[in-house]
Design a protein around this ligand. Structure first.
Ligand code: HEC
Length: 160
């Protein structure tokens, strides 16, 4: 048996190792569910706008000392939304539909995903506090959530 020349062996092993796996959320969808960039950008912008409306409602609920239980589902939905945020910024949606996303979203995908994770964790705490109608915990989680919004915007969103 002939030994494989070192160069050929190296080439063969490189060929196996070469495809660097992209994070799951960054992989291209099958063509059958491909969405136009403008549509995806509009969808993420409206989800942000709706979540901001929900957030203002929570702020008023705190101020008015409302029963918090009715906010539990909305907070759980915010956490779910936070978890899918990174998947709504695939390559190819850097421009279009007047996006305010900074290029850092794509150059620092790990940081962006982490910022979304901080948001998701805070929103989960909001949901748990609402479910328990724990006003102090809800107010604290609200502050943490607001911080998560602000921190991500500072790094990843253009100013209006
Ligand atoms: C992980 C990062 C991140 C977090 C966390 C985050 N945002 Fe944003 N937000 C963005 C980016 C990026 C955009 C720009 C989206 C675009 O234009 O494509 C945006 C856009 C928005 C917009 C404008 C939507 C529109 O109509 O165009 C609002 C309002 C908003 N965010 C509110 C919030 C609120 C409120 C929170 C917290 C409860 C929050 N965001 C948390 C990154 C984040």
């Amino acid at each position: 048996m002939r030994l494989m020349p070192a160069a050929a062996f190296l080439a063969a092993s490189l060929a196996i190792a070469a495809p660097v796996a992209a994070p799951a959320w960054a992989q291209s969808p099958p063509a059958s569910i491909a969405v136009k960039p403008d549509v995806l950008i509009a969808a993420r912008q409206s989800a942000y706008a709706m979540s901001a409306g929900t957030f203002v409602g929570m702020k008023n609920a705190i101020k008015d000392g409302e029963d918090l239980k009715p906010w539990a589902q909305a907070a759980a939905d915010m956490a779910e939304w936070a978890e899918v945020i990174p998947s709504l910024f695939p390559p190819g949606t850097e421009t279009g539909h007047d996006t305010k996303a900074k290029s850092a979203v794509w150059s620092d995908q790990a940081g962006f995903a982490k910022a979304a994770g901080v948001y998701a964790d805070a929103a989960k705490k909001l949901a748990a506090a609402a479910k328990a109608d724990d006003k102090a915990a809800f107010a604290a989680a609200f502050k943490d959530t607001a911080k998560a919004c602000g921190a991500c915007h500072k790094a990843y969103r253009e100013k209006e």
